[in-house]
Design a protein around this ligand. Structure first.
Ligand SMILES: *[C@@H]1O[C@H](CO)[C@@H](O)[C@H](O)[C@H]1NC(C)=O
Ligand SMILES: *[C@@H]1O[C@H](CO)[C@@H](O)[C@H](O)[C@H]1NC(C)=O
Length: 996
C-alpha cells in the first residue's frame, strides 16, 4: 500500500477493513455514507471495455460481468467504447464501471488530460491501479467507478479486486467456493483505492511432481494434446485466471511428462492472452522443456561435446517464445535435473550464459539485453559454482533456493543486494527427492512460511518468488498466503499477522455462511501447526513416543479434537457450501488424522505385542479398519461434485521405505498374538510409565535394568502430578487385581479392578494413577513399593511389584519460575521471565511457530551480529533446581531448522546460567564442499529443529538461564535442562511446572 492510500485508509478507518486485497471500497450495506450503487433494485451498472485494451483486460472485464451474475443473478451489461464513450450507448447511463489501461485507452487518457483523473501515483509503475468513483466522466454518464491500470495486469488486478470484494473467491472454480447472494452492491464515492506496486515483482508457481494426481486429473478432464500430454490450453486457461485472481503473474508449467510449448501449440498464446509471464523451471533454459530435448534433441545434453546442437535447440526456443512475455531461465543443469558434471564447472557455465545472451540479443535486436528479463537459478550444486566465484551478468536475477524443505539456503549478501537484476527465491511446498518426497496433502506451516519469506524479503531477495506447488490442489491455502505476502508485504509482512490473514481468508470463503470465522481460521492454522511437525511421508510407528510423556496419545488427541471441530463446522454449513470446506479444511484434517492414527496405533500394536497384551490383536484390526478409512476418504474426494476432482488424491502416502513414493499404499507391519494360549507368567501383566517392558515374566527390557517381577517407575516429586501403572490382560483367564502401596502416603487409583480376557478392545487395560500425600511423606529421596496381587497364576515367576522412587523437594513458596521436577526442566522459548532489549534489537515471539508453542527470534532480521553481553538483547528464564549431577547439567536448545542464509554469518546462539561465561554454539556448520549440505541437516529438516547441547555446572537453588541469538534468523523453540531425568521423545518433554 502506498503512503497515500494508507492515509486514506486511516481516514476511512470506520468504514473499511483490510481485506486480503487491501483497502475495501465495495459495500453491501446502503447505510454506509457516500455510496454509489453498482447493483440495487435489480439494476446493474454498465460495464465499459475498450477493445483496444489488452485482451487479458477485456477477459477480466467479462469475468467481472459474470461475477456480478454469480452474486446478484444479473450480469453487468457490457459495452465497447472508443474515444467518445457516448457513441457506444444510446441515451444516458446512471452508473458505469469503466476500465482501461494507461496508454491503451483513449478515453482513460482523456480523463487524465481533462484533470478528472489523477494518475500520478501509478503512472509508469508496475502492476498498479486506481479504483475510484468519478462524477460525470462523460456527458452521457452520471457516475462511474473508474478502474485504471498502470499496465495490463494493473487493470486486471483492479477488476478482480472488485470481483473478490463482491464475494467471488479466486477459488470459486478451483475449490468450489460458493459466492453468497447479494441484492445490493455499492462502491464508496470518497475512497480512492490506489494500489501501488506489488512487493515482489515476479510472483509465480511451479506445477511439479504432477503424477499421479494432477496428471491423472487432467487426463480425465481435458482433451489429449500432442505427445500424449493432457496439459493443454483448456486446462491452463483456468490456471491463468486463478493466478491473476491471486495477484500472481508468472508460471513454470508442468514438465514431468509434458512440454508446454509443443503439447498444445496454443498454450503459449493463451498465457500471453491472459497476461501471464511464462517461464520454465530452473533446469530448462530458454523456454524449452527438458522433454523437448528427449523428443527432438540431437546427441547428448553435454555442452562441452555437443554445443552446436544444444545452441540450435535453444535458438528454436527463442524463436518460438519471442512473441510472448517471458522470464528467460539461463544457465544449465545436467540432464533430468542433475548436476551438469561431477565437479564444479565455473568456466563452462560462464560460457553457457554468454552464449545464451548472444542468442537473446540476436533475436531481440533493438532491445537492450539488460531489458530482457532473465533469471539464473542457484539450485543445489549450481549454488556452488556461484560460491566458487562464477561471474553472472548484473542484470540477471539470481534465483536463490531453499533446501526443498522450506529453509532458505542463501540470501543476498554485500553487493549482491543491489544487483540490477536483483534476487529471488525458488521455494518449496512440495518436493520429490532426497531425503524424502512430500507430495500428498498440505504440510505447510504459514508461520514458518512467514518467517522464512519475511527474511527473504528483508534481505533483498524480492524480484522474483516462485513456489513449487506440486499438484496445486491440496495446497490452496498456503499458496494464496504465499502470494498475499509477495503482493503486499506492508500488510502481511508484519509480525504475527498470519492469524489476521487466515481470519480474513476464512471470512471471504465462509463468512456469509458461518459467523464464527475465527473458529474456521483457527482450525486451518492448527492444521498447519500439526501437519508441519513431521511430513506424513516421514511419519512412522515410532516417531512419537508411546510410553514416554504420553506423547503419542497427546498428539493423537490433538488430531482427534481438531477433526471433531472441523466436522462440527462442516455439519452446520449449507449443503452447497460443504464441498469447498471439504476441499480446503475437512479433507486434510480427516486425512491427516487418519494417517496419524494408522501410524501411531500400529506403533502401539507393535509395543503391545512385545508386552504380549491381548489388545495387540484388537489394534491390528483397528489399524486395518483405519487403512480402509483412508481409502474411503480418498474416494470421497474422487466422488465429490460428481467426480470433478477425480484422481486429485491418487498420491500414495503410506509405506515409504526410501525417498521415493511407494508404488502402492502399504501398512506398517502389524503383530498378532496367539490368543488361544495363556502367558507363561500368567494372564495378568503390567507395565509402567517410561518402560517398554512388562512383568511378571522375562522380557528383553527387564533383563538388564529390572528383575522379572519388578518394574521401576520414574521418580515422583511434589512438582510432578502423578505417575501411572498400566495393568492388562495377556492371557486366557479373567484377571482380578489389587494394588497395595507399602505406605499410607502413597495412593493408587483405582486400587483394584477386573480385566476380562475376552474383551480385547483398545480400552481393555486399566491405568492406575499413583500419587503421594507430600505432607506425610518423608523428606528427601526414598524408594516405595507397590504390590500388585491378583487371582492370576505367575507360572515360574513371582507376584509383581512396582518400585516408586519418591523425592520430596521444595522450592520457596514465593519463588517465581520453573521448578525442577523428575530431574528435568522443560521450557517453551516463548515463556521467558524477561525479554531484555538493547542495541536496537529486540526479541519477537512468533505465535504457533514450530512444533509445540511458538518461536522467539531477534528483530530486526537485518540487524548486525550480536555479542553475548549484558549490553545486547537477551532472554532470561528463571528456574529452581534440586539435583546436582556429578558431571554437570546438560541444557538442550531447540532452534528452527533454518540454514546459514548468510554464509559469512552462520547462525549462532549463546547460553549461560547465572554469571557464568556464556557458551557460544554455532547451530549450522557449513561443509567445505559447497555442493554438500551441512552435517545434521537431514535430521533437522525432517524433524523441524536443530538440537544443540551445552553442559553447565551449578548448585541447587534459584537460577537464571540466559539466551542470546547472536544472529537474526535464529528462532528458539524450546529449552530443556536435564538433571538426568530426560527420556527420548519427538517433541521433547512437555513443559515443566511453573510457579508464580
Ligand atoms: C465488443 O467488441 C467485440 C470484439 O469486436 C465483439 O465481439 C463484441 O460483440 C462487442 N460487444 C458489443 C456489446 O458490441
Ligand atoms: C495528483 O496527485 C499527486 C500526488 O498524489 C499530487 O502531488 C498532484 O498535485 C495531483 N495533481 C493534481 C493536478 O491534482
Amino acid at each position: 500500500m502506498s503512503l497515500f492510500s494508507k492515509l486514506l485508509a486511516m481516514m476511512a478507518v470506520v468504514t473499511t477493513v483490510t481485506a486480503l486485497g487491501g483497502l475495501q471500497n465495495i459495500f453491501f450495506n446502503s447505510s454506509e455514507k457516500d455510496l454509489l450503487s453498482l447493483y440495487s433494485n435489480h439494476q446493474p451498472a454498465t460495464l465499459f471495455l475498450d477493445q483496444s485494451d489488452w485482451p487479458g483486460v477485456i477477459k477480466a472485464g467479462l469475468d467481472l460481468s459474470d461475477d456480478f451474475k454469480k452474486v446478484t443473478g444479473d450480469a453487468l451489461p457490457v459495452f465497447n467504447y472508443t474515444s467518445n464513450i457516448c457513441t457506444s450507448v444510446h441515451g444516458n447511463v446512471n452508473t458505469a464501471i469503466i476500465v482501461g489501461t494507461l496508454g491503451n485507452s483513449s478515453f482513460i487518457d482523456s480523463l487524465v488530460s481533462s484533470n478528472k483523473l489523477n494518475v500520478t501515483e501509478i503512472e509508469g509503475k508496475w502492476e498498479s491501479y486506481i479504483s475510484q468513483v468519478i462524477e460525470n466522466p462523460a456527458p452521457c454518464i452520471q457516475n462511474a467507478l473508474v478502474i485504471v491500470g498502470s499496465d495490463k495486469r494493473g487493470s486486471i488486478y483492479g477488476l478482480y479486486d472488485v470481483s473478490e470484494q463482491i464475494g467471488v473467491s479466486p477459488w470459486y472454480w478451483f475449490a468450489d467456493v460458493v459466492p453468497a447472494n447479494h441484492n445490493e452492491i455499492y462502491v464508496s464515492k470518497s475512497i480512492v483505492k490506489v494500489q501501488g506496486e506489488p512487493s515482489v515483482k515476479y510472483r509465480g508457481l511451479f506445477l511439479n511432481d504432477e503424477q499421479p494426481s494432477l496428471g491423472g486429473w487432467v487426463q480425465a478432464k481435458y482433451p489429449e494434446g500432442l505427445y500424449n500430454s493432457y496439459f493443454v490450453h483448456e486446462f491452463y486457461v483456468n490456471l491463468f485466471e486463478l493466478l491473476l485472481r491471486l495477484r500472481a503473474n508468472l508460471l513454470w508449467p508442468a514438465m514431468w511428462a509434458s512440454m508446454f510449448g509443443v503439447d498444445d501449440p496454443e498454450n503459449q498464446y493463451w498465457a500471453n492472452y491472459y497476461g501471464i509471464v511464462m517461464s520454465t523451471s530452473h533446469t530448462e533454459p530458454l523456454m524449452r522443456a527438458t522433454n523437448e530435448w528427449t523428443t527432438f534433441g540431437n546427441g547428448s545434453w553435454d555442452y562441452s561435446t555437443n554445443k552446436d546442437n544444444i545452441v540450435e535447440f535453444w535458438r528454436q526456443g527463442i524463436i518460438r517464445s519471442k512473441p510472448y512475455d517471458n522470464m528467460w531461465i539461463t544457465g544449465m543443469r545436467g540432464f533430468g535435473d542433475t548436476p551438469i558434471t561431477g565437479g564444479v564447472e565455473v568456466g563452462l557455465l560462464e560460457n553457457v550464459i554468454t552464449t545464451q545472451r548472444e542468442l537473446l540479443s540476436e533475436y531481440f535486436n533493438g532491445t537492450d539485453i539488460t531489458d530482457i528479463p532473465q533469471a539464473w537459478c542457484l539450485y543445489k550444486e549450481v549454488q556452488a559454482y556461484y560460491q566458487e566465484g562464477m561471474q553472472v551478468p548484473d542484470d540477471i536475477t539470481l534465483l536463490w533456493v531453499d533446501d526443498n524443505y522450506g529453509n532458505v539456503r542463501r540470501l543476498p549478501v554485500a553487493n549482491e543486494t543491489y544487483r540490477a537484476g536483483g534476487a529471488g527465491m525458488y521455494y518449496h511446498f512440495d518436493y520429490v527427492g532426497d531425503p524424502r518426497d512430500y507430495k500428498w496433502i498440505n504440510t505447510i506451516s504459514l508461520e514458518k512460511t512467514w518467517e522464512q519469506m519475511h527474511l527473504t524479503y528483508e534481505r533483498e531477495a524480492k524480484n522474483y518468488w516462485i513456489l513449487n506447488v506440486g499438484d496445486l490442489k491440496p495446497l490452496e491455502v498456503p499458496i494464496e498466503y504465499f502470494f498475499s505476502m509477495a503482493y503486499d508485504m506492508d500488510s502481511w509482512g508484519q509480525i504475527n499477522t498470519v492469524m489476521n490473514w487466515t481470519v480474513a481468508w476464512a471470512g471471504r470463503e465462509f463468512g456469509a455462511y458461518y459467523d464464527d470465522v475465527e473458529e474456521i481460521a483457527d482450525i486451518m492454522d492448527l492444521y498447519g501447526f500439526y501437519a508441519s511437525r513431521k511430513k506424513y511421508e516421514l511419519l512412522n510407528t515410532t516417531t512419537y513416543s508411546i510410553y514416554n510423556y504420553n506423547e503419542a496419545a497427546t498428539v493423537l488427541e490433538q488430531w482427534s479434537n481438531l477433526t471433531d471441530r472441523a466436522w462440527a463446522v462442516y455439519n452446520k454449513l449449507p449443503k452447497d457450501v460443504q464441498p469447498s470446506f471439504f476441499e480446503f479444511i475437512l479433507h486434510p484434517v480427516v486425512a491427516g488424522y487418519t494417517v496419524y492414527d494408522i501410524q501411531l496405533s500400529a506403533g502401539k500394536n507393535n509395543l503391545y505385542a512385545g508386552q504380549r497384551r491381548n489388545q495387540a490383536n484388537y489394534l491390528a484390526q483397528y489399524v486395518q479398519q483405519r487403512f480402509q478409512d483412508d481409502a474411503n476418504w480418498k474416494n470421497e474426494y474422487d466422488t465429490l461434485l460428481d467426480g470433478k476432482w477425480v484422481h486429485m488424491m491418487d498420491q500414495t502416502h503410506l509405506g515409504y521405505d526410501y525417498w521415493q513414493q511407494p508404488m502402492r499404499d502399504t501398512l506398517p507391519p502389524l503383530a498378532y498374538l496367539q490368543i488361544g494360549e495363556d502367558n507363561l507368567a500368567g494372564s495378568m501383566g503390567l507395565t509402567v510409565e517410561q518402560s517398554e517392558g512388562s512383568v511378571p515374566g522375562d522380557d528383553q527390557y527387564n533383563a538388564v535394568a529390572y528383575s522379572n517381577n519388578t518394574l521401576v517407575l520414574p521418580v515422583l516429586d511434589p512438582y510432578t502430578k502423578s505417575r501411572y501403572i498400566e495393568v492388562f490382560n495377556r492371557g486366557i483367564f479373567d484377571v482380578f487385581f489389587n494394588a497395595t502401596p507399602e505406605n499410607d502416603y502413597v495412593t493408587v487409583t483405582p486400587s483394584e479392578g477386573v480385566i476380562l480376557a475376552t474383551n480385547t478392545s483398545i480400552w481393555n487395560s486399566i491405568f492406575l494413577e499413583v500419587t503421594v500425600d507430600w505432607d506425610n511423606a518423608p523428606d528427601g529421596y526414598n524408594i516405595d513399593y507397590i504390590d500388585i496381587s491378583s487371582n492370576s497364576s505367575y507360572g515360574f515367576f513371582g507376584e509383581p511389584q512396582v518400585h516408586l522412587p519418591i523425592n520430596k523437594t521444595s522450592a520457596p513458596t514465593n519463588y517465581t519460575g520453573f521448578i525442577e521436577s523428575a530431574q528435568e526442566i522443560s521450557i517453551e522459548a516463548g515463556h521467558f521471565s524477561n525479554n531484555v532489549s538493547n542495541n536496537d534489537t529486540y526479541y519477537v515471539e512468533i505465535d504457533r511457530y514450530g512444533r509445540t508453542l511458538s518461536g522467539v527470534t531477534l528483530f530486526p532480521v537485518t540487524a548486525d551480529s550480536q555479542e553475548a553481553t549484558d549490553d545486547a538483547s537477551y532472554l532470561e528464564y528463571n528456574f529452581y533446581s534440586f539435583t546436582v549431577p556429578q558431571y554437570g547439567t546438560n541444557i538442550t536448545v531447540y532452534t528452527s531448522p533454518s540454514l546459514n542464509a548468510n554464509p559469512y554469518r552462520p547462525l549462532r546462539y549463546a547460553i549461560a546460567v547465572d554469571d557464568e561465561e556464556p557458551q557460544e554454539i554455532q547451530i549450522v556448520i557449513d561443509p567445505t564442499d559447497p555442493t554438500a549440505m551441512p552435517a545434521g541437516w537431514e535430521t533437522a529438516a525432517d524433524d523441524g529443529v536443530w538440537i544443540h547441547n551445552t553442559t553447565h555446572t551449578f548448585d541447587g537453588g534459584e537460577h537464571v538461564l540466559k539466551l542470546w541469538a547472536l544472529e537474526p534468523a535464529v528462532v528458539f523453540q524450546k529449552v530443556i535442562v536435564d538433571f538426568g531425568g530426560v527420556v527420548p521423545s519427538f517433541l521433547g518433554p512437555p513443559e515443566t511446572y511453573y510457579q508464580g
